[in-house]
Design a protein around this ligand. Structure first.
Ligand code: ADP
Ligand code: MG
Length: 716
């Protein structure tokens, strides 16, 4: 039997459901099997209404009726009310602050309710219970995968989407398993590895994850799937790495004196981190194979310096067997603005040694120095630039992704630097690294704060170097966690800063309309409302504007320009300001509803005001009374860098909330497993050893097969 059999052959699927399934990326029977539960509930806890008593924490199933919304008698809190009825009786339900629940549930729907039973004046009711719509009321006698369910049977809860409920998936999976498909599946994990790490086989793992007898089995299955996924990612990355490392590269000797002179021209002393990074890179340069290295460092940690110093080593070297010409460097930046900025920095660093620097972007090309004025840049044609790059007369070429076009050819491209590498796909990185037959050394740089386990996984083909300290003398941003009572006082402090000409960002978690899918969103401040409120009640004397992702590009640009010019004093925005914004005079950032953001993201936002030597302030406004939330936010005052904060996020919020969650392309189980450094390292080590012994997996055809299958569905 084919294992990628279409689902329709097993299940009845309505057209609307088919669309919904597609949204969950489920098309085949195998896809459905790989759609794992998000969590488990015990059906054993479920009670009938007649069994309930005050103080009990309980689960009941039944039909909802009498839904209505109103304002509570005391304090006029908006609330929803309803009753739940099963065959034994009815019980009242109230939800404070969540009147939209009434609209969402729908009269007469079947639900699963979980919460505390409370008593008031002799009447029992559920107050703010968790509620979930269900298709069918499960019975303790339900046939769960052929087993009689006992009181402790775990009941899987699947990620759902409109049109496909958790229950539908549950019965779908059961049907798929009944076809006997599990006996057809080949286990891609080698038996030796399964034994070594005590991982269940594929068939067992599928049963344990979809219908576990106990938590331990479910966990064991999840661990297996996580290991499998990370192991195959590692296998792929390590294979790429091994292939790249075998290529012939430029072996570059370091001229210590020239190097020292170049470093001495900078107006600062390198940090220990920078020195270490430079040494590592230079060590790699000496080898006859290309380097592939990732340099991670917070915004402002001085990555450009590392790139410039190492680029200097390259461009002052001669091509092998030649006593003229230079090796070349390509420096790719994600935006035109950044490319231009970098072009200008490089001119400043390299002008004194008489090196030509070129700039290529979508909107034109430039060269330094100009023939007429040795201190100025000049516009040149693309054709001219490409000619000089191809014959080696321009040793340093800075650009946007215009750099990776086929028409750009180098004479001796020996070093490729990619700035803010997370903004480019892996493919673009490889295109640049593979431009010429002789492979250049590659340095990727990123400021995205991600945990080490994630970096090791998604950048498994690169060696990792971290710049973990900021240059000395940098004034840290004064960061205050502001409780509701302090709000007024803080506004007055901000007013003083604005009065001496500074500007402020105000970040809100949402744009305007409430988002019914998230309970908390209802309470979060919105950009549009907050801008009006600030203008009316707090800062009527200042120009205030808004910015968010739903605005047109021209609108955004014009707001940004007015903010840069100082016309707008306060910019109320969603987190879109996170990237690419650079307004030196904006030294204040207020973050509303801070508990809704991850620490790493808050740190990135705060980075917006670390732009000058002026003292900067970050005010973290939170409405939460929870001690844990406040303690979590306090890490912003103590953590040394964004990477440390990313680790905090991983431990305390879980991987689901990790900054940049969606862009890594990992499944939920693999993301969960990132908490487990031992497992990630084991998967990495095993993959590494395998590839060392058998680089093309000739002796491991099952692995090679799985890998090629994986590549086909690779999306980026
Ligand atoms: P990023 O890592 O974000 O790319 P940059 O390279 O742009 O950081 O550096 C930020 C600023 O810090 C620049 O103005 C740079 O000249 C300065 N800088 C870099 N290294 C040091 C250092 N060791 N001491 C003092 N200032 C430094
Ligand atoms: Mg930078």
């Amino acid at each position: 039997m084919e294992t990628d059999i279409a689902l329709e052959q097993i299940l009845q699927i309505r057209p609307a459901q088919k669309q919904a399934l597609k949204k969950l990326a489920i098309e085949s029977a195998k896809d459905l099997l790989y759609h794992f539960p998000a969590r488990y509930e015990t059906t054993g806890k479920a009670k009938t209404v007649v069994e309930l008593s005050a103080g009990m924490q309980a689960v009941v199933f039944g039909r909802v009726s009498g839904l209505k919304t109103k304002k509570a008698f005391i304090k006029k809190i908006p609330m929803a009310e309803a009753s739940l009825t099963d065959e034994t009786g009815s019980i009242k339900i109230v939800w404070f602050h969540q009147p939209y629940l009434a609209k969402m549930l729908g009269e007469g729907s079947l639900v699963r309710l979980e919460g505390k039973v409370t008593e008031r004046k002799g009447t029992l009711y559920f107050s703010n219970p968790k509620v979930e719509r269900v298709d069918k009321i499960p019975r303790a006698t339900d046939n769960l995968f052929g087993k009689e369910a006992d009181a402790h049977t775990l009941y899987p809860v699947y990620p759902e989407t409109r049109g496909v409920t958790s229950n539908w998936i549950y019965y779908g999976v059961q049907k798929v398993i009944q076809t006997g498909i599990l006996d057809e599946l080949k286990d891609p994990l080698p038996e030796a590895l399964r034994k070594k790490y005590h991982l269940p086989g594929l068939k067992t793992a599928f049963i344990w994850i979809h219908a576990p007898k106990n938590e331990a089995d479910a966990l064991s299955a999840r661990k297996r799937f996580a290991f499998e996924e990370i192991f195959f990612i590692q296998l792929e990355k390590q294979q790429e790495r091994a292939r790249f490392a075998k290529e012939a590269g430029f072996s570059i000797a370091i001229n210590e004196n020239e190097f020292k002179d170049f470093v001495a021209r900078f107006p600062f002393k390198p940090t220990d981190g920078q020195t270490r990074a430079i040494e590592m890179i230079q060590k790699d340069f000496k080898k006859p194979h290309p380097m592939a290295r990732l340099l991670e460092g917070d915004v402002g940690s001085g990555k450009t310096f590392v790139a410039a110093v190492t680029a200097h080593t390259v461009v002052t070297s001669r091509p092998a067997g030649q006593d003229f010409g230079n090796l070349q460097v390509a420096y790719m930046a994600p935006t035109e603005v950044l490319a231009r900025q970098q072009f200008e920095s490089f001119i400043q660093y390299f002008a004194h040694i008489g090196i030509n620097v070129g700039l290529i972007t979508g909107s034109g090309c430039q060269k330094f120095p100009s023939k007429i004025n040795p201190r100025a840049t000049t516009d040149i044609s693309r054709t001219q630039l490409l000619k000089w790059v191809a014959n080696g007369e321009i040793p340093i070429l800075v650009g946007t992704h215009a750099l990776i076009q086929k028409s750009v050819r180098f004479k001796h491209l020996a070093y490729v630097v990619i700035d803010e590498q997370h903004r480019f796909g892996t493919g673009q990185r490889q295109t640049l690294a593979n431009k010429e037959a002789f492979k250049p050394h590659l340095l990727s740089m990123t400021a995205t704060p991600i945990p080490r386990t994630l970096a090791l996984t998604i950048y498994g083909d690169l060696d990792l170097t971290v710049l973990d300290e900021m240059p000395a003398g940098r004034k840290p941003v004064i960061t205050e966690i502001v409780s509701p009572e302090r709000r007024k006082v803080v506004y007055e402090e901000i007013r003083k800063e604005l009065a001496v000409g500074r500007q402020a960002y105000v970040i809100c978690p949402r744009i305007n309309e409430p988002d019914p899918s998230k309970e908390l969103a209802l309470l979060a401040k919105s950009v549009t409302e907050e801008a009006v409120r600030l203008k009316r009640e707090i800062f009527p004397e200042y120009e205030i504007a808004i910015m968010h992702s739903k605005m047109k590009n021209e609108e955004k640009e014009s707001v940004m320009n007015e903010f840069k010019s100082g016309k707008i004093k306060i910019l109320v925005s969603t987190s879109v300001v996170e990237v690419g914004v650079n307004v030196v005079n904006a030294t204040i950032i207020i973050i509303e509803g801070a508990e809704r953001f991850g620490l790493a993201q808050l740190h990135q936002l705060r980075g917006r005001v670390v732009r000058s030597t002026k003292q900067a302030f970050c005010y973290i406004f939170t409405e939460t009374k929870s001690k844990n939330s406040v303690a979590r936010l306090k890490a912003l005052q103590t953590a040394k860098n964004g990477f440390e904060l990313a680790e905090h996020d991983l431990q305390f919020r879980g991987s689901g909330e990790l900054y940049g969650r969606k862009q890594w392309g990992l499944s939920d189980v693999a993301m969960e497993a990132l908490k487990n450094i031992k497992m990630v390292e084991a998967a990495r080590t095993e993959a590494h050893e395998l590839i060392e012994k058998d680089p093309e997996l000739k002796k491991n055809s099952a692995l090679a097969e799985k890998l090629s299958e994986k590549k086909e569905i690779h999306f980026e």
